[in-house]
Ligand binder design. Structure first.
Ligand code: ATP
Ligand code: MG
Length: 180
């Protein structure tokens, strides 16, 4: 499984539809300060379900919608689609390509899609939970994250290992079942 493509439109500095193609191996994104490098990683975390505007450097979710520039008017919707190559069936879905889409409108309306079919945030979180990809997973390591992991409490470190080993999913399901 690997990230194949990211399509971004109206997300932060990406006013126009912008596509980034990834190939297996290492991809480096280079550019001057403020050109949108961090916005690309934020688009990946957002489409995978990030719910905290603060962790996307905003104060409310609307802040991720392109807010206009000298040359362009603001837009009303942000949309991100992440396409994964799943030809090895690493993710438990019988498709060789999986796309995840998220949209948000200024009105506050929002939507998630899996392979272009509407779904819930929970479906996306569940699908990626064991994959090492989800929004909280260690596949996206932001600045300061390594220090945070090293300095975290033993219980929090344990959570990271539980996710990596695939145990966390069952623990959360057990907790949910016990509540009912
Ligand atoms: P650095 O090298 O400094 O880390 P970077 O390439 O990571 O820079 P980003 O932080 O990704 O740059 O991009 C910041 C730019 O995105 C800023 O110019 C900011 O104005 C712009 N930006 C962020 N949110 C929006 C928005 N909602 N609408 C328009 N532009 C936005
Ligand atoms: Mg940056």
């Amino acid at each position: 499984m690997f990230l194949k493509r990211l399509d971004v439109s109206g997300f932060k500095s990406f006013a126009n539809k912008t596509s980034v193609e990834f190939v297996p191996g290492v991809t480096a994104v280079v550019g001057p300060n403020g050109s949108g490098k961090s916005n690309i990683t934020e688009a990946i975390r957002w489409v995978l379900g990030e719910q905290s505007a603060k962790s996307l450097r905003g104060s409310k979710m609307e802040d991720i919608i392109f807010s206009g520039s000298d040359a362009r008017k603001a837009v009303n919707m942000a949309e991100v689609t992440l396409t994964l190559d799943n030809s090895d069936r690493y993710i438990a879905m019988d498709f060789s390509e999986i796309s995840v889409t998220r949209r948000v409108f200024r009105s506050g309306e929002s939507e998630f899609q899996l392979n272009r079919q509407s779904c819930r945030l929970k479906d996306i979180v569940d699908l990626f939970m064991d994959s090492g990809l989800g929004k909280e997973a260690y596949s996206v390591i932001g600045q300061g994250k390594i220090d945070e992991i090293l300095n975290s409490k033993a219980e929090d470190k344990r959570k990271i290992f539980e996710e990596a080993s695939g145990v966390l999913k069952y623990k959360l399901r057990k907790q949910a079942a016990e509540k009912q």
